[in-house]
Design a protein around this ligand. Structure first.
Ligand SMILES: Cc1ncc(COP(=O)(O)O)c(C=O)c1O
Length: 395
């Protein structure tokens, strides 16, 4: 058998500090490594595998589409793309869709759309206000949009037109708004930044400010969308509607796909102004359609609300037990546990040894984003393993 980890060191650019396990198979909320060891997966492909690994609905749709038509280019009409676009519009507050291949690419397109709106209706306004601690992707422009210096510093100078302001502070957005502002772009809840919640009225206040100034509100629902927070989209929980919303991650339950959704008034691209070779291809859209159909038809978001509450309760009871857990926060199946010191990596390894995969979102915090189809049994199993790992650290 190959030494895959050795091969990685030899051939792959060292951009990831990977957990030392080589996964070869997945089924539901479980994955297996090359030696046949089983793990309960609370990383979920980084909040992607929302129906679990190799869900039959997705696997069958992909297999059938692969045997039928994989790629045509957007020079032609294709059916899965239009079926998925229709389903997204029918189940959201947005009117028009464009498909990309990833989250970063969807956000790039959303910013281009906002700039096009600015060039058409706001005298050439092009600046986008974003939040500190946000994460919008790894392209140069999205690094500039993401308000985290660790992603920005290695790549200076950054593309212009992004103003990073304090998160959860509408006054900071107001102060940064100028004649050059065309949009505000926010994650409803910051995922990569550490599962950070705004105050309940923050998004409504930002929405009101955008309306007052005639600028667009872009919500990056790449991590929060497709049921993860207990509603199909997070904006539903805040009583607001974005002008533009981006999706990716869970939309294809593992098959790469991203989407920009826009209100009619913000849907201002004209032919040739934006495009993609692969974006919206039949294979990815068949996966997206199968995923979204299943999520909607089976009220997966409603189930997430229940099981997410159960997971939160179990994590909070661990907080009672271990003094060094300083916070448990989250909603639906996007949760974090924070510690008084940088023990997240040791905990991750202790969980791994006992068959649970978790994510270290910060040196002092773990993040949990399991498949949306888990039940209370899997929560009990995962929190049991976590309890043991916490005990081993405490002793
Ligand atoms: C909120 C948010 N936006 C954008 C991205 C970037 O998505 P991708 O890695 O598919 O480019 C991520 C990825 O973690 C994300 O969480």
């Amino acid at each position: 058998m190959n030494d895959w980890q050795e091969l990685e060191h030899k051939y792959f650019m060292h951009t990831f500090d990977r957990t030392p396990v080589t996964l070869v198979r997945g089924d539901g909320a479980r994955v297996w490594d090359e030696d046949g060891r089983e793990y309960l997966d609370f990383v979920g492909g980084w909040a992607v595998t929302c129906l679990g690994h190799s869900h039959p609905a997705v696997a069958e749709a992909v297999a059938e589409q692969a045997h039928t038509l994989i790629q045509t280019s957007n020079q032609f009409y294709t059916i899965p793309q239009l079926q998925l676009a229709e389903l997204l519009v029918q189940n959201s507050c947005l009117d028009k869709v464009f498909f990309s291949n990833s989250g970063a690419e969807a956000n790039e397109g959303a910013v281009k759309l906002a700039r096009r709106y600015g060039s058409r209706y706001l005298n050439g306004a092009y600046e986008v206000i974003t939040a500190m601690g946000s994460f919008h992707g790894r392209t140069l422009a999205m690094v500039a949009a993401s308000g985290q210096s660790k992603f920005q510093q290695p790549y200076l100078p950054l593309p212009v037109g992004f103003i990073n302001v304090e998160y959860n502070n509408v006054e900071a957005i107001k102060a940064a708004t100028t004649k050059q502002t065309c949009a505000v772009m926010l994650e409803p809840i910051q995922g990569e930044g550490g599962v950070n919640f705004p105050d309940d009225n923050y998004l409504a206040a930002v929405r009101a400010w955008c309306d007052q100034m005639g600028i667009l509100l872009i919500l990056d629902e790449i991590q929060t969308g497709i049921g993860r927070l207990g509603t199909l989209f997070a904006y539903e929980q805040y009583g607001i509607e974005p002008d533009i919303m981006t999706l990716a991650k869970g939309l294809g339950s593992g098959v790469p796909i991203g989407a920009i959704l826009a209100k009619e008034k913000a849907s201002v691209f004209t032919p040739g102004e934006h495009g993609s070779t692969f974006g919206g291809n039949p294979l990815a859209c068949a996966a997206g359609y199968a995923t979204l159909r299943f999520v909607i038809d089976n009220d997966v978001a409603g189930e997430v609300k229940k099981v997410g509450q159960y997971l939160a309760t179990r994590l909070k009871s661990l907080k009672q037990k271990f003094q060094f857990i300083t916070d448990v926060r989250g909603r639906g199946l996007l949760l974090a546990m924070e510690f008084s010191s940088d023990i997240a990596q040791s905990l991750l390894m202790a969980c791994l040894d006992n068959g649970l995969l978790v994510n270290r979102v910060k040196p002092n915090a773990l993040r949990f984003m399991p498949p949306l189809i888990i039940g209370n049994d899997e929560v009990d199993e995962a929190t049991g393993i976590l309890d043991e790992a916490l005990s081993s650290i405490a002793s």
